[in-house]
Design a protein around this ligand. Sequence first.
Ligand SMILES: Nc1nc2c(ncn2[C@@H]2O[C@H](COP(=O)(O)OP(=O)(O)O)[C@@H](O)[C@H]2O)c(=O)[nH]1
Ligand SMILES: [Mg+2]
Length: 192
Amino acid sequence: MIRRYSLSDTWPAVPLIALSGRSNVGKSSLINRLLGTPIAGVSRKPGRTREISLYQKEPTHLWVDLPGYGYAGTSQAERMRWEKETKVFLRERRPFVWVLVDSRIPPQRIDREWIAWLESLQLPYGVLATKADGLSQKTRYAQQKRLREAYPQAQELFFVSSRTGEGLAALHIWLSRWLKRKEGEESPYLRS
Ligand SMILES: Nc1nc2c(ncn2[C@@H]2O[C@H](COP(=O)(O)OP(=O)(O)O)[C@@H](O)[C@H]2O)c(=O)[nH]1
Ligand SMILES: [Mg+2]
């Protein structure tokens, strides 16, 4: 069973892994894939996810769905509200942040700006290049190089596809390693 929490709820004190990215990048589709159930709404119209949701499938961690940025149809007031909410959340809760970028297009300024902000908070982050099912081998290689150059401080870069399931295994391996490392970091003085 999947549990969903919103910001005003009390959720279990476990490590948080956030997913963020431009509206329409494929975030909801990936969350559904990770959770194994269509719990996050996938829409044809961008800009639908307006609030922060937390999802728990396993006892060890929570997935955090952050509002998508960069949707032109969002009002200024709405955008400022979510920016503030998101930034306060990240600053206070300090999750690992996956930044989803579209694997089929060049690095985008708005993603760079978002990442620069994560770096200013010294938050650990990685990049997930989405919709990789649409890439030829040649394009993939070129894009991998471009993304590596654009985001040199990303801890990880995985190509993923919610259509084919590509990259999900890599993500799960990363997760189990990250959770182990996290435990070690949280209680360094408890070990003799
Ligand atoms: N080709 C391809 N399309 C995808 C993939 N994931 C999502 N999409 C499409 O991209 C659009 C936006 O997806 P959604 O998950 O709602 O994006 P969000 O706005 O970031 O939550 C939808 O039309 C999806 O069908 C993928 O892995 N491959
Ligand atoms: Mg969405």
